[in-house]
Design a protein around this ligand. Structure first.
Ligand SMILES: Nc1ncnc2c1ncn2[C@@H]1O[C@H](COP(=O)(O)OP(=O)(O)OP(=O)(O)O)[C@@H](O)[C@H]1O
Length: 226
């Protein structure tokens, strides 16, 4: 079984509104899939289902062969904490922690000792050219730097899958391209699969596989030309 994450015929309903409709998607290790589509089409909802944040209304999501719907809340929380990474539009860094402490957070939550966690954070920050900023607070770095810190935090624990919801949507296009490139390069080098939600066609073109979502229906677009 080579797929790390696979969804089969998943639906998500909010009350009587069916916002994800029979979606199928599968990712192998190190594969990057982009999901594009208009606002309100269900992209974030799909991501929440794939990440086990919201239970599907029907169908199933499997991670490494295990059905998410069959896991207890504690097992799901542990899975999200240890095996998944997340990047959001505004980075969502904790303002009272330093750049280094923010980055180390997934390791600390997983019970790693502080010195070891901070050392691993320093290493990944270095790979993103941020080592000098490690003692600063999020309010003392630029938007692009903050988003790189969010990328570092999403990858520090070497997750199997990273879920990125408009990860560069708050940046200007030059910064966005640079941060995205660094994110995808690092994710690929770690063998992480990435589900990348974006409205930006240039961003989607960097992925290995592309999907569009319209009115809750996910459609594969094939692979971009080499
Ligand atoms: N908690 C909720 N309860 C009810 N409806 C919701 C809820 N969250 C989202 N929706 C609705 O579900 C639909 C899909 O929303 P979703 O956020 O997944 O879309 P999206 O494609 O990610 O949009 P955007 O690009 O604007 O972020 C929308 O019509 C939205 O209003």
């Amino acid at each position: 079984m080579s797929e790390v994450l696979a969804a089969q015929e998943i639906d998500l309903c909010y009350g009587s509104s069916r916002v994800v409709r029979g979606a199928n998607i599968a990712l192998r290790r190190g594969e990057i899939a982009a999901v594009s589509g208009p606002s309100g089409s269900g992209k974030s909802s799909l991501l929440y289902c794939l990440a086990g944040v919201l239970p599907v209304s029907s169908g199933e999501v499997r991670f490494e062969g295990r059905t998410l719907g069959g896991l207890s809340d504690a097992e799901l929380s542990a899975l999200r904490r240890d095996r998944f990474g997340f990047v959001f539009q505004y980075g969502e860094l904790l303002p009272e922690l330093t750049v280094e402490e923010n980055t180390a957070l997934p390791l600390r939550l997983a019970g790693q000792r502080k010195a070891q966690a901070l050392a691993a954070a320093g290493e990944v920050l270095g790979r993103l050219g941020l080592r000098e900023l490690r003692e600063r607070r999020p309010s003392q770095v630029s938007g692009g730097q903050g988003q790189r810190v969010a990328v570092a935090r999403a990858l520090v624990h070497r997750p199997a899958v990273v879920f990125a919801d408009e990860p560069t949507g708050s940046l200007d296009s030059v910064n966005a391209q640079a941060v995205l490139q660094e994110f995808l390069t690092l994710a690929r080098s770690q063998g992480a699969a990435v589900v990348l939600v974006t409205h930006d066609a240039d961003v989607a073109a960097q992925a290995d596989t592309r999907y569009t979502m319209v009115d809750g229906v996910l459609t594969p677009q094939g692979r971009p030309a080499p």
